[in-house]
Design a protein around this ligand. Structure first.
Ligand SMILES: [Zn+2]
Length: 287
């Protein structure tokens, strides 16, 4: 067999290995002109600067080129609240240590009570109930609160609880201040996320859970997408915000990857997949 074919087969195998290793879940919504923002915050705007062939006189230099500009408020769509958002002197978006963006994902499901109560909140009891099933909330994890309200994304009335842009009329689930206080006093999480517009429930006027959590340099993720796809444990999550200098928050790409059961933070391929890939590698190289 020529070395060229050998290298080709090796590349195919490496690609297959990559495919098997990476089954990421995308936990971010797309940013476009439908993206929902808090109150009257500036919406995402993405005007065309250039679209088409690049010409020098009548001569086409480049067959196709597209360039856009964008502008938006920090706090809209799937985004991160930097600790400074509610805590003077705490981290801005650009200085959060990057290791804090990666951690085991923990999902606490309050969707049953939230389905009949728009003002349902994550309580200390919910956290204790979770721990009675899954064990103690692990150190350095990133916790997600699944309310089920992600299914209302792009439906302003159902997602915010009002057709207006008046935050004083908002109703949606959130995190009770006692649960926020319990987390900072008893556990060590890197960040906390939710599938609603705010980690504080819609009726909050003082955003006390923001104050408590961000005051401990714990960042928040809001409008997290597709949390229904993320199991309670067993995934590693990567939360990568735009590196805005001095930012109080910004658009964030969040992906979750399955980790090997009992494994570490690495996104490992499981043993069976590893075995299959090894067999395929042998086949491709030697036959
Ligand atoms: Zn925010």
């Amino acid at each position: 067999m020529s070395s060229g074919i050998c290298i080709f087969k090796l590349l195919v195998t490496v690609n297959l290995l990559t495919f098997l290793e990476c089954k990421p879940i995308d936990l971010s919504y797309v940013f476009d002109n439908e993206t929902m923002y808090w109150g009257n915050n500036r919406r995402f705007n993405h005007p065309v600067v250039f679209d088409g062939p690049l010409k020098d006189g009548n001569e086409t230099i480049v067959p196709y080129l597209s360039i856009y500009e964008y502008e938006a408020a920090e706090h809209g769509g799937t985004h991160m609240d930097a600790p400074i958002h509610f805590a003077h002197g705490k981290w801005t978006l650009d200085v959060i240590p990057i290791e804090n963006f990666i951690g085991d994902a923990v999902v606490v499901n309050i969707s049953i009570k939230a389905s009949t109560n728009r003002s349902a909140q994550l309580t200390v009891q919910d956290l204790k109930d979770w721990e009675s099933v899954y064990g103690a909330i692990p150190n350095d994890c990133i916790m997600f609160v699944f309310t089920g309200y992600g299914k209302y994304w792009l439906n302003n009335e159902k997602y915010f609880g009002t057709n207006t842009t008046n935050p004083s009329l908002y109703t949606f689930p959130g995190i009770h201040e006692d649960a926020a206080r319990w987390l900072v006093q008893n556990r060590k999480i890197k960040g906390i996320g939710i599938d609603t517009p705010s980690i504080d429930y819609g009726k909050s006027r003082n955003y006390i859970s923001h104050q408590i959590l961000l005051g401990e340099n714990i960042y928040a993720l809001e409008n997290v997408a597709y949390l229904d796809q993320l199991p309670a444990t067993g995934y590693v999550v990567y939360c990568l915000p735009m590196k805005i200098g001095g930012g109080s928050g910004g658009p964030t790409r969040i992906i979750a990857m399955k980790k090997e059961s009992g494994g570490t933070n690495d996104a490992n391929v499981n043993s069976l997949q590893r075995f299959i890939v090894m067999l395929l590698t042998c086949y491709y190289i030697f036959f």
